[in-house]
Design a binder for this molecule. Sequence first.
Ligand SMILES: NC(=O)c1ccc[n+]([C@@H]2O[C@H](COP(=O)([O-])OP(=O)(O)OC[C@H]3O[C@@H](n4cnc5c(N)ncnc54)[C@H](OP(=O)(O)O)[C@@H]3O)[C@@H](O)[C@H]2O)c1
Length: 433
Amino acid sequence: MSDNPVRVGLLGCGNVGAELVKLLTRDAELIYAQTGERFEIASIAVRSLDRERPTWVDKALLTDDAFSVVADPEVDIVVEVMGGIAPTRELIEKALVNGKSVVTANKALLASASAELTQLARSVDRDIFFEAAVAGGIPLIRSLRVSLAGERVRRVAGIVNGTTNFILSSMTEKGSSYEEALALATELGYAEADPSADVEGEDARAKAAILATVAFGRLVRSQDVYREGITGISAEDIDFAKRHGYVIKLLALCESGQDASGRDRIAVRVHPALVPDDHPLALVRDSFNAVFVTGDAVGELMFYGRGAGGLPTASAVLGDVIDAAHNLRYGVTERQLEREVASIVPVEEMQNPFYIAIDVNDQPGVLATVAQVFGANMVSIRSMEQTGFDDQAKLVFITHPAPESSVAKTLDELRSLPAVRRVAGSIRVFDPS
Ligand SMILES: NC(=O)c1ccc[n+]([C@@H]2O[C@H](COP(=O)([O-])OP(=O)(O)OC[C@H]3O[C@@H](n4cnc5c(N)ncnc54)[C@H](OP(=O)(O)O)[C@@H]3O)[C@@H](O)[C@H]2O)c1
């Protein structure tokens, strides 16, 4: 145990930063008893010195000069919880070059620049930790990075965006429309004023890139991740799913496999999916997150908890700060290997069962014509349901697994049929096997 405190400089004192300050001050004795580390907050960079702060934040530590924090020779660890790419990336780079270890919760930055930042950290013998960047308070990154370091991970599948899970849960449980559920999420503070990063799947995409990189040991960037959000999900889709034993969830899916010549390849995507209602992921409600990891030796693991919120996220940041302090004290760093760029499976080659709903004119021969389009594109139908009559007729299909390119062609051809009024929905079906 050491009584010399490790000095922490914070970049940001918002939802996460303020809660971290609380934990570091309120729980100082507990942290010392459990880890042997004492911490002192050296300074806290914020945008506005005039903004009101929680009572436990010492105003004397605030500065609006973030660069002074990363240059301060007294600071050992820089915690970046301000978000954004600029000037954040430059601040982290300067902190590392100045010999500080870095803890960040910034998924957007990591999903685009993790290779460069890790390489820099390695070159200066310092750590960069990012547990809080994916799934908030859930200890997922460390589990993949440390506990499962030697595991051949096959799949990481999860719900990593609380806002969209809240919206889809409301639609499923209350029968609300997408618009009503989004309005409720905004009112309760689960959705931001501009919810596009969440509902369009961009936030989940950044997290999927980070998860795939850590799980498979190959570099995956945001742009490698196929993305589709939840804005097209209708109450009818939810209703159909419910009646057929499914729940619709926005999933991040990272899978590793091999191509025909035995080369390792990684498929990473974010999209809504019909999840069988007896699968553990189907039971994840409201703003919770859950991630299902499948490994050759370990089998199936599920991580579940609060994927966001100031306090749960600060808990994850605190764990990183303690690890970084320990490493600094003993002059070591975590394994931060140079990662090869992943070979990514193009989305057209990915295979899924699909749910496809089409509005048709209820006239003789329609079903046969539609079925012929499926058959011609080698998309095999597993089940079919017809509802309504006349101009309300709807055909709903669940297919067997089919390549995305074949399904896309099927949908195009269906749209061009005179009897088809519109393709009302097409959603992938999650195959847990
Ligand atoms: N909130 C969550 O549940 C959660 C979960 C996981 C990860 N994260 C990540 O954690 C990070 C922080 O999130 P948050 O919710 O705490 O954000 P936030 O509440 O908006 O806080 C951001 C803080 O950074 C400060 N700041 C912003 N730009 C700055 C600049 N140029 N110079 C100095 N200070 C600056 C702000 O100052 P002012 O206070 O003066 O405005 C504020 O204190 C983000 O990367 C986010 O993606 C958040």
